[in-house]
Design a protein around this ligand. Structure first.
Ligand code: ADP
Ligand code: ADP
Length: 227
């Protein structure tokens, strides 16, 4: 589904990703951990071309991500992304936040998009919040809306960039539970997180990054085994 082959990226002179090689198969859950500044977020952002790689090759399904001929919308239709800060539109209701992209990008009718939005709001456990505004929701609920918004595009891959890092501790569980259930349903996921319990329980593979390099790529059993 995702393939990094000898990928390097520089920000100016700063070598942020160093010879990254990674294959993510369909249905796999890959968790990326590592110290702050090691390049985890940059790696995720390269996948949907929020950042450009400098050299090497990167494929999503059969799409060559950084080819000039690649249509960025076609690429991004495959990929839902959830950020640390929920990035919801404050002046739109929950329902409108979710239907916007399916209507604008996929050309779905408003009725169909709303039906889908309600389906995914049920999926994340807050169908009763459809007509609320983001500011009326808790952080955990807002993040669940952000996940529903990603799912409503029916992507084949979901990327999560520290989805619980901005949440109060009591709300972390409700977001991780939604992510666990997606994993169980076979969604292909790449997750940057500091939640080691999630990595241990849910990941098929754990990637440890440091200073722009993949230091370890292992099963959670092997990864968390005491040395
Ligand atoms: P992580 O997600 O592991 O914390 P990041 O990928 O966010 O790491 O950042 C890796 C390094 O790249 C950090 O040193 C950060 O300051 C730097 N960096 C991130 N984005 C940019 C940018 N747009 N321009 C320059 N440097 C950046
Ligand atoms: P987060 O932890 O939410 O990923 P960051 O503080 O790492 O947020 O980055 C926020 C934004 O600033 C990102 O778009 C990132 O690319 C950019 N950024 C981070 N570090 C730098 C840097 N050293 N120079 C320029 N832009 C940066």
């Amino acid at each position: 589904m995702i393939s990094f082959r000898h990928v390097n990226k520089y920000y100016g002179n700063f070598h942020v990703l160093k010879d990254i090689n990674l294959e993510v198969d369909e249905g796999e859950v890959v968790v990326i951990i590592g110290p702050s500044g090691s390049g985890k977020s940059t790696m995720l952002r390269c996948i949907n071309r929020l950042e450009e790689i400098t050299d090497g090759e990167l494929f999503v399904r059969n799409i060559k991500v950084n080819d000039k001929k690649t249509n960025i919308n076609e690429l991004r239709k495959n990929i839902g992304m959830v950020f640390q800060h929920f990035n919801l539109y404050p002046h739109r209701t929950v329902l409108q936040n979710i239907t916007l992209a399916p209507v604008k990008v996929l050309g779905m009718s408003k009725e169909e998009a709303e039906k889908k939005a309600m389906h995914y709001l049920e999926r994340v456990g807050i169908p009763d919040k459809a007509n609320a505004y983001p500011s009326q929701l808790s952080g955990g609920q807002q993040q669940r809306v952000a996940i529903a918004r990603g799912l409503a595009m029916e992507p084949s891959i979901m990327l999560f960039d520290e989805p619980t890092s901005a949440l109060d501790p009591e709300m972390i569980g409700e977001v991780l539970d939604v992510m666990k259930s997606l994993a169980k349903d076979g969604m292909t996921m790449v997750v940057v997180t500091h939640e080691m319990g999630f990595a241990r329980e849910v990941a098929d593979r754990v990637i440890f990054m440091d200073q722009g390099k993949i230091i370890e790529d292992n099963t959670p059993e092997a990864f968390f085994k005491n040395p």
